[in-house]
Ligand binder design. Structure first.
Ligand SMILES: [Zn+2]
Ligand SMILES: [Zn+2]
Length: 406
């Protein structure tokens, strides 16, 4: 303790407000505010000077703590009209003050300190708790008030909102996500007919903007549990997705109405179900998921094929690992890698000598079209080679996502 009194004695060579005195000993005891702590330190040191009558004379903060109420007020005003359940306060303090504070710690030998930013965050946070009737939340706040103490400015860092659902896609001419024109990057040019996009619409366009409108947000992002090809339908139990809305003004959404609006406006093209609130952790798990998928694929052989050959296909592929080099159709935009996947099951649903329909369950990430035609030998083994007749894929549907039954 005597050492602490020495530190206090050295510190009080300068004019200090109780906040800035107390902060030198912030980690000594809990349960007190710094100005209370400063007052106790001061009174326990015989002959110590009173705090400056005008705290703008405080050597460290130059009276910044006089402005707490003002900061809380402009912060509360900045968030008017926004729905949020909790928040956190962050402050920006000018560099000169921070450097002065740190030099001062060294000068007086204080080691149990707290930074002025931490105290400002906490004190503004407390005032806001009263004004807003909401609690500070440290780990996952709906919003962060960034208080610029030098220019009396508030920046609101609003946490995005996440909505989960499953979609079915009945079109063979539509991508999952909005696809900007490569030429003009969305501005509009001859290549994209001035639309700025490669496709008129997408699953994202049929879901995101509706959710965004309800949340009064500014931008929408689409996270799918993988994606099907543009020309593949997504049927069965549907594919899980999460729409992320940036800077939402509303966080309580009428989910049944949203689901209904999406299904009415996307009638016959896209269908969603199971719409509910989600979170960032679920986005991660959706993106990292490696559930198997089930496909229905219709192929046509170049010439008629003996029935027995299809049994060879089943025998050669069911439960077997396959090797796939990055398909020719995507190798221009993806690394040329070899991947190993397993065909978990395969059966023939129908066959007329020329056209066959297979139902294939395979590991996540298997290239099904290439498994059929072989991609010039880049997928091994493949249906065309086993049969001994080249084939083309006429239709591909995803009919089941393995994250749940159905
Ligand atoms: Zn001060
Ligand atoms: Zn364009």
């Amino acid at each position: 303790m005597s050492n602490r009194l020495e530190i206090a004695g050295r510190a009080l060579q300068r004019p200090l407000c109780n906040h800035c005195l107390g902060r030198l000993f912030a980690s000594v005891s809990r349960g007190l505010s710094n100005d209370q702590r400063g007052e106790i330190v001061r009174s326990s040191l015989p002959g110590s000077p009173a705090p400056p009558a005008d705290s703008s004379e405080c050597y460290v903060c130059k009276g910044l703590f006089l402005e707490l109420e003002k900061f809380a007020k402009i912060a509360a005003k900045a968030s008017e009209g926004l729905e949020f359940n909790n928040y956190l306060v962050g402050t920006k303090v000018d560099a000169e003050l921070r450097e002065r504070e740190e030099a001062f710690w060294t000068e007086v030998g204080a080691a149990e300190t707290e930074s002025i930013k931490t105290e400002l965050n906490r004190e503004i946070g407390k005032l806001l708790e009263n004004k807003l009737g909401k609690q500070v939340e440290f780990t996952n706040p709906d919003m962060v008030y960034l208080v610029d103490t030098q220019f009396d400015r508030i920046v609101l860092d609003v946490a995005p909102l996440f909505v989960y659902g499953r979609y079915r896609k009945f079109s063979r001419e539509m991508p999952q996500t909005r696809w900007m024109c490569r030429e003009c990057r969305g501005k509009g040019c001859p290549r994209c007919d001035g639309k700025g996009r490669m496709y008129d619409t997408s699953v994202q366009d049929m879901t995101g903007p509706i959710i965004m409108r309800h949340a009064e947000g500014e931008d929408d992002f689409f996270h799918g549990m993988g994606r099907e090809d543009i020309d593949a339908r997504m049927l069965g139990n549907g594919r899980p997705f999460v729409v992320e809305v940036r800077r939402p003004r509303k966080r309580t959404l009428d989910l049944p109405t949203i689901e209904k609006e999406i299904n009415e406006s996307a009638k016959g093209i896209v269908e969603v179900e199971g719409i509910r609130m989600s979170n960032k952790a679920e986005v991660r798990s959706i993106k990292d998921s490696t559930h198997p998928k089930t496909y229905r694929v219709r192929v046509r052989f170049q010439s008629s094929v003996d029935h027995g050959k299809l049994n060879d296909v089943v025998g050669a592929l069911a439960g077997k690992p396959i090797s796939q080099l990055t398909p020719n159709r995507v190798v221009h935009r993806r690394a040329d890698l070899e991947r190993h996947r397993t065909v978990r099951s395969i059966r023939v649903e129908s066959f007329d000598g020329l056209e066959a329909v297979f139902v294939v369950e395979a590991d996540s990430g298997t290239y099904i079209k290439e498994l059929m035609h072989g991609d010039e030998g880049r997928t091994q083994p493949n249906v065309a080679e086993i049969v001994g007749v080249p084939c083309e894929v006429l239709e591909l549907d995803v009919i089941g996502i393995g994250d749940q039954g159905g």
